[in-house]
Design a protein around this ligand. Structure first.
Ligand code: J2J
Length: 544
């Protein structure tokens, strides 16, 4: 159902309607900083509302005005939800960053979105976040002459000390313009060219997708959801995810880490019914369950998406993990497909489902945009009520990423079943899918190419059981270059120096005198990458 409603209004209605229900169970970084023994926060919707209003006041106090962009970079802790609501209620536009992001990405997001604040927690592991904030803020100051305020969510907001504290009320739509059709937040694209692009989603389009998703996933007030994927991921946020749980007034349980041990304990303790996984994580759970023998009786729905789930893995889900499998094939740009509860096993195991909305349009075409014959594989193009028509501030990329009549070129190769179900059969975009995290190969190559000893570089995704694909980098050295004993350490150190986000670091590095095919005349970069992957796979076979 399409409703003329903004996300702040939706949040206010949900928190008020479900006031007494338990909203979130999660580690709190604030409680830790006060040295309390109870590290786990359990907030009802009324309590969440109260804390979020304080966060909204703090966000405003930091200088954020309605319409300003705010980088939200928190792990799966109670403060994630508190600040998500707080930013919305301050009228801000969240930019959904990941805790893993480092300066190079954060600076790019801050500048692209012209952000005015950065919410982080200095208790997040993996980096010194105060320091990280300072280096991002100083780059933004240098390049844009703009102040990027820092808000450390692990520190309590001392309203007494603040001169500009004013209690906040949720932003209510008093304007006569259709606010619901305006941009609500910026989601991050998987990235096929360079650094991630920003995806502008509107209030009404996103809420429409959340309501449809909650209906298809059959969520209700009792559907306790375990969030193990990073909360900022589109899958975790909206399919039906965190916002679906808020919509139905059910409980969100945040896992502090994605290990099967932590997740299994939470499932048992909190009687979790719904969980969302990427295929590598599902495989880790499948491997761990027989050893740990957790009680997963309450688990009703196991949603798997973000990368292709092999039928051989899909078959094991229900027998081992108890819950019913739902495949989810979605994208932060919009379109989300689900297998349905009453689908045949055949469909649930072998396809990635069908669109959530009857208004989603699907085209499967060849390289010339001509529709392929029925049942053949081709490029998936899509247009629909909640799919974007363009990236944020990217006119050149938009010409390539969308057709003239507004269809989004997903970069996925699919085949349509007669039932309308979609099977993902390949990928036409130059991207590596590592643990469901999408990485543009040219971003990796671009960093490698700035290394003084590198003459040329090609990155490819090497199929891998544990993470889906690993980042394999082939470098052609400059004359007399020396990468020492371990080219991979040398390159990883260099990536760290350049403040690249660690999940984008090359994991295997090979030094080659020349790239295959480069002496064959006019050849596309994509052909070179394909030839490099062939070479790597053959070498692997020879070694096996
Ligand atoms: C194969 N490839 C898949 C699947 C995504 C729900 C679920 C996932 C995402 C997501 C999302 C796949 N089988 N089941 O936003 O709301 C690959 C495709 C797709 C890209 C999008 C959601 N599910 N993929 O993964 O924006 O290549 O969204 O185009 O991160 O992931 O990535 P992303």
């Amino acid at each position: 159902m399409w409703v003329d409603e903004t996300i702040p209004e939706f949040l206010e209605t949900s928190c008020t309607d479900s006031a007494e229900n338990l909203a979130v169970i999660a580690v709190s970084h604030q409680k830790m900083s006060q040295g309390e023994s109870d590290l786990v926060a359990r907030l009802t919707y009324a309590e969440l509302r109260e804390q979020a209003l304080l966060a909204a006041a703090r966000v405003r106090d930091a200088g954020v005005r309605p319409g300003d962009r705010v980088l939200l970079q928190l792990p799966n802790i109670a403060e994630y939800l508190v600040y998500l609501l707080g930013i919305f209620w301050a009228g801000g536009i969240p930019v959904f960053c990941l805790p893993a992001h480092r300066a190079s990405d954060l600076i790019h997001f801050a500048i692209k979105s012209d952000a005015s604040a950065h919410v982080f927690s200095s208790r997040t592991t993996g980096a010194d976040f105060q320091q990280l904030h300072r280096s991002v803020a100083s780059a933004v100051q240098d390049q844009q002459c703009r102040r990027l305020a820092g808000i450390d969510a692990s520190l309590p907001y001392d309203t007494e000390k603040s001169e500009s504290f004013t209690p906040a009320q949720p932003v209510i739509n008093t304007d006569r313009t259709r606010k619901s059709e305006q941009v609500a937040f910026l989601q991050l694209s998987g990235g096929t060219t360079g650094l991630s692009k920003l995806i502008p989603r509107t209030h009404a389009d996103y809420l429409y997708s959340v309501r449809q998703s909650a209906k298809i996933c059959q969520l209700n007030q009792e559907s306790t959801l375990l969030v193990v994927l990073p909360a900022s991921h589109n899958f975790a946020m909206s399919s039906a995810g965190i916002l679906g749980a808020i919509y139905t007034g059910s409980t969100i349980v945040f896992a502090a880490d994605p290990s099967p041990k932590t997740a299994f304990t939470l499932i048992e303790q909190e009687k979790v019914r719904v969980v969302q996984l990427v295929p590598p994580l599902a495989q880790a759970w499948l491997a761990s369950a027989p050893k740990r023998q957790p009680n997963l009786e309450t688990l009703e729905l196991i949603q798997i998406g973000g990368a292709k789930l092999l039928p051989s893995v899909a078959e094991q889900i229900t027998p081992v993990l108890h819950g019913k499998l739902q495949q989810v094939f979605g994208m932060a740009e919009g379109l989300v497909n689900y297998t349905r509860a009453d689908d045949s096993d055949e469909m649930r195991l072998h396809t990635q489902g069908r669109p959530m909305s009857e208004f989603d349009e699907i085209r499967v075409v060849d390289d010339n945009d001509v529709p392929v014959a029925e049942g053949e594989s081709g490029h998936l193009l899509t247009r629909g009520p909640y799919t974007i028509r363009g990236y944020y501030n990217e006119p050149h990329i938009n010409v390539k990423s969308f057709t003239e009549d507004g269809f989004y070129r997903t970069g996925d190769i699919v085949r349509l079943h007669p039932t309308g179900d979609i099977e993902v059969t390949g990928r036409a975009k130059d991207q590596i899918n590592r643990n469901g995290e999408k990485i543009a190969v040219d971003e990796i190559e671009d960093v490698a190419l700035t290394h003084p000893h590198v003459y040329d570089a090609v990155a490819v995704g090497l199929p891998d059981e544990a993470v889906g694909e690993r980042i394999y980098l082939v470098v052609v050295p400059q004359p007399d270059a020396d990468f020492g004993e371990s080219p991979v350490s040398a390159m990883r150190e260099y990536f760290a120096e350049r403040q690249v986000t660690p999940y984008k670091f090359p994991e295997l590095v090979e030094v080659m005198d020349a790239l295959p095919l480069t002496n064959v005349g006019k050849i596309s970069r994509r052909d070179v990458r394909a030839a490099v992957l062939d070479h790597v796979l053959q070498n692997k076979e020879n070694h096996a």
